[in-house]
Design a protein around this ligand. Sequence first.
Ligand code: ASP
Length: 289
Amino acid sequence: MTLPIIIVHGGATAFKTKFHSEILKAVERAASQGMCALNNGGSSLDAVETAIYVLEETELFTAGRGASKNQDGEIELDAIIMDGNRLESGAVMAVQDIIHPISLARYVLERTSNYQIAGKGANKLYNRMIAEGYRKAIEHTRTSKPQIAEGCDTVGAVAADLEGRIACAASTSGWPGKLTGRIGDTPIVGAGVYANEVAAASCTGKGEQILRITMARMAVYHVEQGLDVSNAAEKVMSELRQKTSGEAGLILADRKGNVTVKYDTPHMPTAISSSDSKVLYSSMTPKWP
Ligand code: ASP
């Protein structure tokens, strides 16, 4: 594969058929806008933040405007972004009343000396981010579309820029009806996502099971040990199956621009875009490579 490259997913789950074309268009738009950021001189971090932002803006996924409520009827969002070359990340957990936790996660990474901020502290930081003009304030309206997916459909992205610097990101409201304050795998470094100078992964599925095997870190480790991305992803999926009852999926990319997607759910909407910002590949049931 060639660099730069971005791969984006909209959750490993089962989606109602009548929404398939809308969902596919959304992941395609996210991948091509992420690539646009790279083509305009942006970094792989800019690309993954852009892609996740696009998906948070739709109401199709259990993230951003499409977020689902916890058992107390409130929305609590988790998001993370990680820079593989710096081995640094920014995450927010159980944050309320915002649409784009991914931009707040980026702010944590770039403008604080901490990596993980939860709850009220994250909302306080949001106000600081807006006051500083780091990102614009967005109305947090939601129209509460009916649920489109079974369970949960977290969104994720992995990108590698021209120099092979890799970044990954993810955003979710977690499982509908979750315990208030529950944090899944998504914003946890090594579980939901991981990036280093060799490869990066973004996982989706049953968070409690993904956490048990630190799935994203293991996927990247298998690449470090010499497996190609496809075999590394296959291996970590089989480890998840053997050690837990988890259903999941992941996207994985290496610094040379090789990408893969593996999942054991009915769907995992995925789009890949390369240097000309066009969509190279997209599918509700991807098989790549
Ligand atoms: N892993 C997410 C969580 O457990 C859900 C998902 O990926 O759809 O919160």
